[in-house]
Design a protein around this ligand. Structure first.
Ligand code: NAP
Length: 294
């Protein structure tokens, strides 16, 4: 049976490390990382993501500003708010929770964030830096995936990696990150137009699946002993007793466990790592601002 890579356990180890770093920063320099979380409207999923981020930041001892704005805030006012946080020296990380209401252009908003405070790693400048191997803030979900591979002892250099899905927030950046010099995987990126998807997956020493299709990857698509990272988070119904949504990944988990060497569960896998990496990027940003006196 596959070894389970627990994102919940790894998150807690990473947060412990960050707590120590924050305490040292406060003791040595009298500053702590500052994170603003901007939430527009009251989309229930966004409210719950933001409150988890705020809680985690506060637990780590960050200076945390939760800035909730009404759903009808104008695009101009939101851009002005971002400009204010760009100029605020106590803020090292600016997070705008997506999605935004339809009257606001998300690209304009992402582009308005100072790339040196873009702890989500979505700004084109940071994606460009990632591409040329000058990483500043890796996007949080791919960063979490890489961290899971490293901390689970999965060999990456020379490994055949297959990434299913080519989104800007997961598939493309993780493909770039693992193929970078120094990390040295051989990466194949597959999608809906790929011929013989199963054949590609079967070659993978590391199979990363971010398609948003529950149960897409069948056990016969997995090379025996491979490491499988399931990024998918799909609602497949509601628990009758608790009323809470039931989640499934993109991999047929129970059967895949019989073939894979290591595998991440859903929930409790990549999801918890994403928040840990957001916190890590904010600490990185605070350190960078401290070192460059900006
Ligand atoms: P996305 O924008 O939803 O796009 C899905 C990608 O998968 C596309 O590139 C699509 O190919 C490909 N795809 C879809 N069905 C496929 C199929 N049958 N065969 C091959 N490729 C297929 O991607 P995303 O935003 O990265 O989200 C993917 C999943 O990850 C979702 O379940 C999302 O909820 C989850 N997610 C989880 C986290 C986390 O923190 N755990 C973070 C982000 C996303 P085409 O380009 O050809 O259309």
């Amino acid at each position: 049976m596959a070894e389970i890579i627990s994102g919940t356990e790894l998150r807690s180890a990473i947060l412990d490390e960050l707590r120590t770093e924050v305490a040292a920063m406060r003791a040595e320099h009298g500053i702590v990382p500052g994170l603003v979380t901007i939430l527009v409207g009251e989309n229930p999923a966004s409210v719950s993501y933001v409150s988890l981020k705020v809680r985690t930041a506060l637990e780590l001892g960050f200076h945390e500003v939760q800035d909730n704005q009404p759903a009808d805030i104008s695009e101009a006012d939101l851009l002005a708010l971002i400009a204010r946080y760009n100029a605020d020296p106590a803020i090292h990380g600016i997070l705008v929770q997506l999605p935004l209401p339809p009257h606001i252009d998300e690209t304009k908003v992402i582009n308005a964030i100072d790339p040196d405070k873009d702890v989500d790693g979505f700004h084109p400048v940071n994606l460009g830096r990632l591409l040329i191997g000058d990483e500043r803030f890796p996007p949080c979900t791919p960063a979490g995936i890489r961290e899971m591979l490293i901390r689970s002892g999965t060999p990456i250099a020379g490994a055949e990696v297959v990434v299913v899905g080519r989104s800007n927030i997961v598939g493309k950046p993780i493909a770039v990150m693992l193929g970078q010099k120094g990390t040295d995987a051989t990466v194949t990126l597959v999608h809906t137009r790929t011929k013989d998807l199963a054949g590609h997956c079967r070659r993978a020493d590391i199979l990363i699946v971010a398609a948003g299709v529950p149960g897409l990857v069948r056990p016969e698509w997995i090379k025996p002993g491979a490491t499988v990272i399931d990024v998918g988070v799909n609602r497949i119904g509601f628990n009758e007793k608790t009323g809470k949504p039931m989640l499934s990944g993109d991999v047929a988990f129970a059967e895949a466990c019989k073939v894979a060497g290591k595998i991440t569960p859903v929930p409790g896998g990549v999801g918890p790592m994403t928040i840990a990496m957001l916190m890590k990027n904010t600490v990185l940003s605070a350190k960078w601002h401290l070192a460059t006196n900006r």
